[in-house]
Design a protein around this ligand. Structure first.
Ligand code: PRT
Ligand code: ZN
Length: 295
């Protein structure tokens, strides 16, 4: 196929790889997988994936090796933003997976009041730029020790007083006798692009890709909800469940005293909301996933 093709940098193998590919698949863009290949092409859309270590993605995108990339906000922050080059890479979308946070943690038995407790302390991290900048903003002087991998063992080894590391469930910190005391950065996977201008063909392709992505992201967040209720409860139910549009209300039986209500909820429907719907008179509540939403 001739004409422009987009190059998208994606983690080769790791926590973000599968979800990145899965998201593209939902956009109707599949890839013939060839183990060991660094570049894979799609025949569904003019796009090629460059499969690399996540750490390299921000710089590849900045330098135009790839036009777009999928990477954790934490890596983008460390490689580009914390080095003061905010306009060289732009975040286009939050992708709703890979959630984690960069946190400060100390030995469990130690007291903690506020960030000034870190003054003069040594902190081990794989995120030296991000941590330095955060501490500078907080006006706390610390010594940062850069460690790549297994940061959580640094206090045990006597290498550092505290750690600054990625956390999702917190289990790793707990196992190593550490407790989280402050969040430096909240993170999730993001779609990024380089700050330089592209040719019109590539811009048009990126617009098409992002349109599809928006439909998928909206659908992933939203749920389709159906329930039965007395007609008199419709107003109360609408209050509890503000949908994308007014819900569809269908009379059940001949007298119309009971109705079926169908609606799209823009956010996931939580157990709490289900409870409130029941209290308002709803029954047989069904919540189902949505494949795509095109507006
Ligand atoms: O080889 P490559 O360099 O590409 O991969 P990598 O080893 O650097 O990264 P990888 O695959 O481990 O993570 C990629 C991205 O996933 C990170 O940059 C984050 O954006 C995101 N992510 C989400 C996480 C976690 N959750 C996470 N829990 N990255 C790492 N962790 C670590 C955490 O530090 C802890 O050691 O997983 C461990 C388990 O976490 P807990 O808190 O659940 O115990
Ligand atoms: Zn990495």
């Amino acid at each position: 196929m001739t004409g422009p093709r987009l190059r998208l940098g994606v983690q080769k193998s790791g926590r973000l790889s599968e979800r990145s590919i899965e998201l593209l698949r939902r956009c109707g863009i599949g890839f013939g997988w060839r183990k060991g290949h660094l570049v894979v092409s799609s025949s569904d859309f003019p796009i090629d994936l460059t499969l690399v270590r996540d750490d390299d993605i921000p710089e590849y995108v900045r330098d135009g090796v790839c036009q777009l990339g999928v990477v954790g906000r934490n890596v983008l922050e460390e490689k580009i933003y914390a080095r003061g080059r905010r306009d060289s890479v732009e975040i286009l979308r939050n992708l709703g997976f890979g959630q984690c946070r960069l946190s400060l943690a100390i030995p469990r038995e130690q007291a903690f009041e506020d960030l000034h407790d870190f003054a003069g302390r040594t902190i081990a991290t794989s995120y030296p730029n991000t941590l330095q900048r955060f501490m500078r903003e907080q006006e706390v002087d610390v010594e940062v020790v850069e460690i790549t991998g297994s940061v959580e063992i640094a206090p045990m080894l006597g290498v550092a007083d505290a750690v600054c590391d990625l956390v999702s469930t917190g289990a790793t910190l707990r196992t190593h006798g550490l407790r989280e005391v402050a969040t430096v950065l909240e993170s999730e996977a993001v779609l990024i692009r380089g700050g330089t201008a592209w040719d019109e063909g590539s811009e048009e392709l990126a617009r098409r890709l992002i349109n599809r992505l928006d439909g998928v992201l909206r659908a992933l967040r939203a749920k389709y909800i159906m329930m039965n209720a007395p007609r008199s409860a419709v107003a109360a139910i609408e209050e509890i469940l503000p949908g994308l549009e007014a819900p569809t209300v269908i009379p059940l039986g001949s007298d119309g005293a009971r109705v079926a209500i169908h609606s799209v909820a823009p956010e996931d429907v939580f157990w709490e909301t289900m409870g409130r719907l029941k209290d308002a008179g709803a029954s047989s509540i069904l919540v189902v996933p949505i494949e795509k939403i095109i507006e």
